[in-house]
Design a protein around this ligand. Sequence first.
Ligand SMILES: NC(=O)c1ccc[n+]([C@@H]2O[C@H](COP(=O)([O-])OP(=O)(O)OC[C@H]3O[C@@H](n4cnc5c(N)ncnc54)[C@H](OP(=O)(O)O)[C@@H]3O)[C@@H](O)[C@H]2O)c1
Length: 276
Amino acid sequence: MNSYFQNKVVLITGASSGIGKALAMGMLQQGAKVAICGRNPTSLDIVAAEINNKSLICIQADVSQEADCAKFVQTAFSHFGSIDILINNAGISMRALFQEVELEVIRQSMDINFWGTVYCCKFALPHILKSKGHIVGISSIAGYKGLPCRTGYSASKFAMQGFLESLRIEMLYQGVNVMWVSPGFVASNIRNTALNAQGKAQTETPLNEDKLMSADTCARIIMKSIEQRKRSLLMDKQGWLTVWVNRFFPNYADRQVYKHFANEPDSPLNKIKTIS
Ligand SMILES: NC(=O)c1ccc[n+]([C@@H]2O[C@H](COP(=O)([O-])OP(=O)(O)OC[C@H]3O[C@@H](n4cnc5c(N)ncnc54)[C@H](OP(=O)(O)O)[C@@H]3O)[C@@H](O)[C@H]2O)c1
């Protein structure tokens, strides 16, 4: 039996690692033609060699740059001749108190996570309208609940969700499915590259990555949701509970979220405790 993804043309931003890479591999296994992008050409070369599939093209593009997004979409379209699915996955995180953070960190979070999504949607939409395909955003629980020390990250994911929801309603009768998914904690590079207050990668994760959901499992769940043309997806119990508790008991949710993040190793929140 043919897979839903057989011969579909899928564009995935930020897929040289983590969830994006797992999605690319999963889609290719199911017969899709896939274009991925990322900023670092060496990482893209490594992924291309590892995956070694003629249906994969890798394009160097920084999604915070409008021209790079246009180039990514145009190159993929010229190569494959159509676009069925755009997955806005490229993202960076941060970990710093707003009191201490350089504004550039917030700007970068918005430029990559929010503007990158807007640019890619703008350039891919005419093609996706023709194929009556899908636009997907990889959001986060941070797009439902502001998380401490992630002001820029939360802002970017709230903005992404608002943008995608508006777009979904605009296109309600045009056959395009718009969905965002909100993974919980997934093992990846995101916490190593998360920016600190000075805008440098923090280089180590505060979590035990081995205990988190694997990127492959996350990708499988996302693919199923695309096939089912869902509108949004909360991927684990912790995320679902956070959103539900926050809706009915927001003050309690604030305190629980604070406690959770204060318990992380080297949490910047603990600096506040020593001040007050
Ligand atoms: N892992 C989690 O726990 C988790 C939870 C919720 C949501 N998410 C979301 O899932 C998405 C994927 O994250 P991940 O966990 O798989 O992280 P990851 O392993 O760090 O992968 C991020 C990918 O995005 C690329 N990227 C970063 N900035 C880019 C830019 N400006 N232009 C193009 N590509 C860029 C990176 O490559 P280069 O650095 O070479 O550009 C890399 O390939 C993100 O949007 C993240 O917010 C992750």
